[in-house]
Design a protein around this ligand. Structure first.
Ligand SMILES: Nc1ncnc2c1ncn2[C@@H]1O[C@H](COP(=O)(O)OP(=O)(O)OP(=O)(O)O)[C@@H](O)[C@H]1O
Length: 300
């Protein structure tokens, strides 16, 4: 289990991560979403022990990860642009990882060669962005980490490789309870693989929930009342994240339990009432709007 409590980090007086707490349970795939500059990468680097926070704690199975090489050896961070030594090849990087990570698994490395069909003797600097990312996955999985932290892992990968990597992650989670933390703007990919998700904005965690609960807790309501005062009355009873008027019909994004919402609207007997599920992308946009991010579509 990874536990972050009250973590804060600023750069030259500007707060990037503002007192964040989160828990990732063993064997879960956690999706970290957020606006640009929200502080996701900074938080992931803190988690991986690359950046030290000014305050707060980061613990893995109860042990602080800072200045504890034996704990850090169990966490692998794949940054948004994987970095390799100059002139290195997959073969030479594998030799390096083997010397640094005591759990390096040569058999796993060789088996993964069937998935990542890359030339292990070719300079990594000559690989494309997507091939470099594949190489980073290959090497990381052969290190047999307990925790895999990934920043924008799908960036540059073709759809076949995305599916291969998704399957490999599921396999590692099922077989040996790998814990995964993914930060991504690709909400469709996150929707496919993550259980718990956190949405960050302005250095703070705005929403944290299991994706299924989050979907069950946010609804799109199309409604038309006979008396417009009824809509104002509803807004004071329910948490309305967003409202748009389309002729006589209003579109409302409402937080809360489906039954409670249906009952609250039912009192006013609207002549149109439709309660629809939202995609993760819609939830993200409306939550960001609620957090003060200007999400209105702009046409110039
Ligand atoms: N090394 C640094 N020096 C100065 N400021 C930094 C540094 N790293 C991050 N920041 C600042 O911290 C804030 C959070 O940045 P971070 O990269 O963590 O955001 P992010 O959520 O990953 O954004 P994006 O989705 O755009 O990649 C930003 O305001 C950024 O400018």
């Amino acid at each position: 289990m990874l536990e972050i409590r009250g973590v804060r980090k600023s750069f030259r007086g500007e707060v990037a991560v503002d007192g964040i707490s989160l828990t990732v349970h063993k064997g879960k795939i956690y999706g970290l979403l957020g606006s640009n500059g929200a502080g996701k990468t900074t938080l992931l680097k803190i988690l991986a022990g690359i950046i030290q926070p000014e305050s707060g704690t980061v613990k893995m199975e109860g042990k602080s990860i800072f200045e504890r090489p034996e704990v850090k050896q169990r966490i692998i961070f794949i940054p948004d642009s994987p970095a390799f030594f100059p002139q290195s090849t997959i073969k030479s990087m594998a030799n390096f990882y083997r010397s640094v990570y005591p759990r390096w698994n040569q058999a796993q490395f060789e088996q993964l060669g069937d998935v990542f069909r890359l030339d292990t003797s070719r300079k990594l600097s000559r690989f494309s962005k997507g091939m470099q990312r594949q190489a980073a996955f290959w090497l990381s999985l052969a290190c047999m980490p307990d925790v895999l932290v990934m920043d924008e892992p799908h960036d540059g990968l073709d759809p076949v490789m995305r599916r291969q990597i998704k399957n490999l992650l599921f396999q590692e989670v099922a077989e040996r309870q790998l814990t995964v933390l993914i930060s991504s703007h690709n909400l469709h990919e996150i929707e496919d693989i993550c259980g718990p998700v956190g949405i960050m904005h302005g250095g703070k965690m705005r929403v944290e929930m299991d994706l299924n609960d989050l979907k069950a807790d946010t609804h799109k309501v199309q409604v038309a009342f006979r008396d417009e005062r009824h809509e104002r009355a509803i807004s004071s009873k329910l948490q309305v994240l967003h409202r748009e008027v389309r002729g006589s019909v209003s579109l409302l994004i409402v937080r809360g339990d489906r039954e409670r919402i249906t009952a609250a609207f039912g009192i006013y007997q609207p002549y149109v009432f439709d309660l629809l599920p939202l995609t993760l992308e819609e939830i993200f946009i409306y939550e960001m709007g609620d957090a003060g991010y200007d999400t209105r579509p702009l046409l110039l």
